[in-house]
Write a protein that binds this ligand. Structure first.
Ligand code: KG4
Ligand code: ZN
Length: 339
């Protein structure tokens, strides 16, 4: 299966194999990040992203095939992200996939990007259904019960900013650069996580949703109150912010695991974490502790598979193809597409 991902600022293609028993193997996984294109703007500019996908996607697909040792004629099918995401980029990837499918007379699979994140743990770790997924990326923060391929139930989401977005905005505020997550984590390493008490919006309510915009405002007000910020101030704000979100995510994960144990007759629940924020060590440590307390197995795929990539799209396509689910060339790009 060839997989194409172009829904944000990564131009990615991969070739993945799936055997009859459902085991997966990554034959190639090529990602070209557009960090440089967007660096001057402090965030992803949709029009620039779409243009860069146009420029580079053909080369990335060719490289993915070359590294996998296959030609386009030898693949069984082609999958592409059809949404949700920045629609210009999605159109580039989906149209390219359609062209390949038409030219090679192979099936097309139009993949939901969130489904691709959700199924990645089966490719790398062979996780069995059902499991709970926490997706924390630049665009999403949600709990999804994954019952099977195409069988998802969203248990909670953010009512405002995504968690990665909160990291990125905090980084911008502290002049730490883009992407903000790794920058905030690095700054936090030298800071005091207890110096500031930031709010934990929504946490008192019994629901599995997130809210991060009030936290962002609190961070801004604190930074303004201290301005001009010393290096230590920046580190302490970053550390306090990170500790706050780690606590929020861990608390919610504990509640979600409790619900899972109540509603699903599975001996040991599995919590899968996906999305770029899964790379954060403080959040990872907090989640490990919560999972341990709940008697759950925690699965965090390696960062290259947690962040946007082609292998996850190829794998979702392979899982769908194994069930005989394909799409026709009329498949549309969908900027919004809830699971
Ligand atoms: O999954 P991803 O690569 O792209 C999508 O948004 O789909 O996630 C990117 C997000 C960015 O907001 C980035 O700042 C955040 O993940 N991120 C992190 C870390 N590494 C990446 N956030 C916190 N800590 C990190 N180490
Ligand atoms: Zn993503």
């Amino acid at each position: 299966m060839l997989g194409i991902e172009t829904s944000c600022d990564e131009t990615a293609a991969a070739v993945v194999a799936r055997d009859a028993s459902g085991r997966g193997a990554i034959l190639s996984n090529v990602v070209r990040s557009q960090l440089d294109e967007h660096a001057a703007f402090g965030g992803v500019v949709p029009e620039l992203a779409a243009r860069a996908h146009v420029t580079f996607l053909d080369h990335i697909v060719a490289q993915a095939c070359r590294e996998a040792g296959v030609t386009l004629a030898q693949i069984d099918a082609v999958a592409a992200t059809a949404g949700p995401g920045l629609v210009g980029g999605v159109l580039v990837g989906l149209t390219t996939a359609k062209a390949i499918a038409a030219a090679t007379e192979k099936p097309l699979i139009a993949v939901n990007h969130l489904e691709a994140h959700a199924l990645t743990a089966r490719l790398n770790d062979g996780v069995a259904f059902p499991y709970l997924m926490l997706l924390v990326s630049g665009g999403h923060s949600q709990f999804v019960l994954v019952r099977g391929v195409g069988d998802y139930e969203r248990w909670g989401t953010t009512i405002d900013d995504a968690l990665g977005e909160a990291f990125d905005k905090t980084a911008k505020l502290l002049s730490l650069g883009h992407p903000g997550g790794p920058a905030v984590e690095a700054a936090a390493a030298g800071g005091d996580p207890k110096r500031f008490r930031f709010p934990k919006p929504l946490l008192k309510e019994e629901r599995l949703d997130f809210s991060f915009s009030g936290l962002k405002t609190a961070v801004r007000l604190q930074a303004e109150a201290l301005a001009p910020l010393s290096g230590q101030d920046v580190a302490d704000i970053a550390a306090s912010f990170q500790a706050t979100v780690a606590d929020i995510v861990a608390t919610r994960a504990g509640q979600a695991l409790a619900r899972f144990a109540r509603e699903l007759p599975v001996a040991a629940p599995t919590l899968v974490v996906a999305g770029g924020v899964a790379a954060n060590h403080s959040i990872g440590a907090a989640l490990r502790q919560v999972a341990q307390e709940a008697g759950a197995r925690l699965v965090v795929p390696p960062p290259a598979l947690c962040t946007d990539n082609g292998a996850m799209v190829a794998w979702a396509g392979a899982e769908r193809l194994a069930l005989g689910v394909t799409d026709d060339l009329a498949a549309v790009a969908r900027p919004r597409w809830p699971l």
